[in-house]
Design a protein around this ligand. Structure first.
Ligand code: MN
Ligand code: MN
Length: 465
């Protein structure tokens, strides 16, 4: 082996060169990454909505010894508690060995995804075909939601307070649903339209039936037949849709991608990939120094508003309870706290090189993306993390053998996006964004790298040491 030239040595010392994890990781780390990806895929298949994610995570937390948080309790170090916010958002916490006055460590991901929500009065019949009308949730490219198998998920809450959980289309024996699209033979006019108009929001109607109710005397016989099937299975009537939260999501399961199986394709990596990584870090925390506060938020995809989104006070109220039990002022605890806003970022896509800037963009398989700021249009609407805090997190990652990268969400003035970071930093908590790079983000089938998933978990683990 020839010795490095002075130039090679200097380059290594002075220049920043990101590393591809498939080369950087040891064979043991690669095996660990593969093993980590298996239960992650199962998690994705079981948790396609925020409600399902909360249900699955509560089951896992209970199994790991977590108990419902009781405000006013003074918990000893090592105690594991959780707070279920209306079945749609969740906080899990391990009490630290340090005094609460030293602050908490927060990891915050979101568990809602872009999807097709049913309208309050969704069931319609047109020309003896029955549909469920939808109002899409989050940022979607509408044309991507036609001609793919969809499943129905959610709850119907009746006026007496009882609720029915609906899941149709996940069991291989179940029927599935779809939004139809136009055949290319007659698509001449449609194909001339801009892609934003080729399929409109009001065309995202889900096909649910075609058979007539056997009574010639009534009108809307297909709709009546479908409602009668729903009533038989769930005991609901048409009016009950008004107090329901039902949505259509892609019916397909998480799968390995590539002949090398280096990637995972699935619905909802954004942001279940970060949620799962931080859940595993949280459950693995034995006696952390700072109390861990692991947040799984709802409503991020629609701006974090609402009682289960991070624009609400549920996170800070939880920390207030911890502060009070420890005899400390909330504001002092918040000032001493630190947060990783764990959300996905864009991965460079060779098919679309023009939207990113290659020197400041994340790449698939180069580790979690540490993002100082998101936003758009001149860093508008973002948490631009202080350099001191970014350096602190980088030091933590380096000390724990985590390989990371940095990247902006697209090139300047191309667009942009936000995360929950600004809602946490609003409370005077140091916050920076970090998460997994995704290809086809917000598409029904998103792609991530298994190495990135694993390295993000290692980063989440390091933050809770
Ligand atoms: Mn996200
Ligand atoms: Mn998103």
């Amino acid at each position: 082996m020839s010795a490095k030239t002075p130039g090679e040595e200097l380059k290594e010392k002075l220049l920043y060169t990101p590393k591809n994890l498939s080369e950087k990781m040891t064979p043991e780390e690669k095996d660990a990454a593969e093993a980590f990806s298996v239960p992650y895929k199962e998690f994705l298949d079981r948790a396609k909505t925020e409600r399902e994610a909360v249900a699955v995570m509560v089951e896992m937390l209970e199994g790991a010894g977590y108990r419902p948080f009781v405000p006013g309790t003074s918990y000893p170090a090592g105690s594991k508690v959780y707070l279920n916010n209306r079945g749609k958002a969740l906080i899990a916490s391990t009490i630290g060995t340090l005094d609460i006055g030293e602050g908490v460590r927060i990891e915050a991901a979101h568990i809602d995804n872009p999807r097709l929500d049913l309208k309050p009065n969704p069931l319609v019949e047109e020309q003896e075909l029955c549909y469920l009308k939808t109002h899409y949730y989050g940022g979607i490219k509408k044309y991507q939601w036609t001609a793919i198998p969809l499943s129905l998920h959610g709850v119907v809450v009746k006026k007496d307070g009882s609720s029915v959980t609906v899941t149709i289309g996940e069991d291989p024996a179940d029927p599935v649903f779809c939004v139809t699209d136009l055949l290319p033979h007659l698509g001449k006019d449609q194909m001339k339209k801009p892609m934003t108009e080729g399929i409109t929001g009001e065309q995202l109607n889900i096909l649910v039936g075609c058979e007539l109710y056997p009574d010639e005397k009534v009108s809307e016989r297909v709709k009546l037949n479908i409602m009668s099937l729903l009533n038989g299975k769930y005991g609901i009537t048409e009016g009950d849709f008004q107090s329901a939260e039902l949505c259509a999501v892609p019916a397909f399961r998480a799968r390995d991608i590539g002949l090398d199986r280096g990637m995972i394709g699935a619905y909802g990596h954004d942001d279940r990939v970060c949620a799962y990584a931080q859940l595993m870090a949280e459950m693995g925390a034995k006696s952390p120094a700072h109390t861990t506060v692991t947040v799984f938020a709802d409503k991020e995809e629609v701006g974090s508003d609402g009682v289960t989104g991070l624009h609400s006070h549920f996170l800070v109220d939880f920390i207030a309870d911890l502060a009070q039990a420890g005899g400390k002022e909330l504001r002092h605890v918040l000032r001493a706290s630190a947060c990783l806003s764990a959300d996905v970022s864009v991965a460079y896509d060779p098919a679309f090189p023009d939207v990113t800037e290659k020197h400041n963009c994340a790449y698939l398989g180069y580790g979690p993306v540490l993002t100082k700021y998101t936003g758009g249009g001149g860093k508008s609407s973002t948490n631009d993390a202080p350099a001191e805090y970014v350096a602190f997190v980088e030091g933590l990652l380096e000390a724990n053998g985590v390989t990371w990268q940095t990247g902006e969400l697209g090139k300047v003035d191309q667009g942009g996006g936000g995360t929950v970071a600004k809602y946490v930093s609003h409370f005077n908590v140091d916050t920076v964004d970090m998460g997994v790079a995704v290809l086809s983000m917000h598409a029904p089938f998103e792609v991530i790298s298994k190495a990135d998933l694993y390295m993000t978990y290692k980063a989440m683990e390091a933050f809770y040491k």
